[in-house]
Design a protein around this ligand. Structure first.
Ligand code: NAD
Length: 497
């Protein structure tokens, strides 16, 4: 039977509190955060941010928990079992958590249920399963010496994340950090504050000791205080490149804490004249640029297309984009929802104006009837005749806007693809194996997909492949065993006997 999500949302009493040392506490800071719902623009919840003194308490709780070894001193087996239990609890509470994600972000409830929750669960399970399979390296053994590498947790990890996939982004931080034995203070985005505290509460239920995973709330000033705190040993971040740069300064001006930065992107989709099938490429292009209303770091927001296939490809792309009509995120059949906030909607519409002003041609905007006049809806929008130096071809819009640029040969395609400050991801379509290999070497992107489909089959599960950004998309890797060991510190040990 279909769930009546609208009634469930009506019955929900959203609340945002800090979760510190295993207890809920209201924020006492001066900043009042008012969250307006994406779908209807009505006030959804309000809360006071964490105060500076409360932030210090949260870091102290994490630090005490780390030092007394209640989690860090346990076995890898114990950490694995606890995180597996947390993954099961997230799965068991998938409807509750999906509703929070849908209301906070504006994403369709169906996507929250079928993409966000399984993604978060998969990351928790991968890191849990991997942690007791990491081996120490032995470099030399002789009669008088044994030399090896010791890995230990880093200590207190601060995690600051953005709003587009609140639960997934939190899981990407807490799963490897907890698996390696660290303690955490997590700060979700002030635009999507609902899921993080609930995740920490479920972790406690799974058997994580109090104080190991703490949640504070608020915006840039709370994040900045966390980034400058002298007792934070590692700061892991997902968000814009602009904030990433501010965090580099904050880390350098405080205790030189280590940084992992997952920042913005302006990914190209590159379609060559020997694209295997234009129909499948069009499906993938549309799903990868408009998925999550375009609010995805790896959204392929630039379409680079060989002149000879452009007319046919664009016909297909427009036809498929036209089927994505913004609708009420709480209705199960909705495939395209609302943007996260009114301010973000204005920013995205500002880019649509900039595209027109700079001389690009607006060739498509899906028509639709807004479910609520005050909701934050922007339909799929496509510009052709975009020049590589236009703002809509250079800056991250983080909304449903596709910029189409033509090219004549491979060298030009690579030049345009690499011609932004970002280097997060890229997709290309070609039947030529030699070209695929050359582009994998020449494209400046931390993640490259060749011949992508809208619903990829047979690839690795979420979180298995380590990847991270190049250039101003950040540094450090997330995922895989490399992403796990990023939350540990190595020491070289030589024992002489
Ligand atoms: P944002 O940088 O505005 O905010 C991210 C987080 O940083 C929030 O929690 C915010 O409160 C905090 N923050 C803001 N200013 C701060 C400061 N001066 N000091 C400390 N903390 C501060 O980003 P956003 O708008 O929330 O998220 C969208 C961005 O995230 C896009 O650029 C997107 O590409 C990026 N993103 C990247 C990935 C990835 O894996 N590379 C994934 C998702 C999103």
């Amino acid at each position: 039977m279909d769930v009546d999500w609208i009634s469930r949302a009506r019955d929900l009493k959203p609340r945002v509190l800090d979760f510190v040392d295993g207890r809920w506490k209201p924020g006492l800071g001066d900043e009042l955060v008012s969250k307006f719902g994406s779908r209807d623009g009505k006030l959804l919840y309000e809360f006071s941010a964490t105060s500076p003194a409360q932030l210090t308490d949260a870091v102290a709780a994490a630090s005490t928990a780390f030092q007394d070894g209640r989690w860090s001193g346990g076995s890898a087996q114990h950490r694995k079992e606890t995180l597996l239990e947390l993954a099961s609890l997230v799965e068991n509470h998938r409807e509750e958590l999906a509703l929070l994600e849908c209301l906070d972000v504006g994403k369709p409830i169906r996507d929250a249920l079928t993409i966000d929750i399984p993604f978060a669960v998969s990351i928790l399970r991968y890191n849990a399963e991997a942690v007791d399979k990491l081996y120490s390296k032995i470099y030399a053994v002789s009669r008088s010496n044994i030399s090896f590498q010791l890995r230990r947790p880093v200590g207190v990890v601060a995690a600051i994340v953005g709003w587009n996939f609140p639960l997934v982004l939190a899981a990407q931080k807490i799963a490897p950090a907890l698996a390696m034995g660290n303690s955490l203070v997590l700060k979700p985005s002030e635009f999507t504050s609902l899921a993080a505290g609930r995740l920490a509460e479920l972790a406690l239920e799974a058997g994580l000791p109090p104080g190991v995973l703490n949640v504070v709330n608020g915006g840039a000033s709370v994040g900045n205080a966390l980034a400058r705190h002298p007792d934070v040993d590692l700061l892991t971040f997902t968000g814009s490149s602009r904030t990433g740069k501010a965090l580099l300064v904050a880390a350098g001006e405080s205790n030189m804490k280590r940084l992992l930065l997952e920042c913005g992107g302006k990914a190209p989709s590159i379609v060559f004249d020997d694209c295997p099938t234009l129909e499948e490429a069009a499906d993938a292009i549309v799903s990868r640029v408009f998925w999550n209303q375009g609010e995805v770091c790896s959204a392929s927001s630039r379409l680079l297309v060989h002149e000879s296939v452009k007319p046919e490809l664009m016909k297909l792309v427009i036809q498929k984009a036209d089927a994505l009509r913004p609708g009420d995120p709480l209705i199960h059949g909705t495939a395209f929802g609302a943007l996260v906030s009114g301010a973000h909607m204005k920013k995205v519409l500002g880019y649509v104006d900039a595209g027109i002003r700079d001389g690009a041609t607006l060739i498509h905007q899906t028509t639709y009837k807004a479910p609520f006049a005050d909701g934050f809806y922007v339909p799929p929008t496509i510009f052709a005749d975009v020049a590589p130096n236009h703002r809509i071809a250079q800056e991250e819009i983080f909304g449903p806007v596709l910029s189409v640029i033509s090219f004549q040969d491979e060298a030009e395609a690579v030049r345009i693809a690499n011609g932004t400050v970002y280097g997060l991801s890229a997709i290309l379509w070609t039947k030529d194996l030699g070209r695929a290999h050359r582009l994998a070497l020449n494209l400046c992107a931390g993640s490259i997909v060749i011949n992508a489909t809208a619903k990829p089959e047979g690839g690795p599960a979420e979180g298995v492949i380590p990847s991270g950004g190049l250039k101003q998309s950040g540094f450090g890797v997330e995922g895989g065993l490399e992403g796990l060991v990023a939350y540990s510190s190595p020491s070289a040990v030589q024992i002489f006997v």
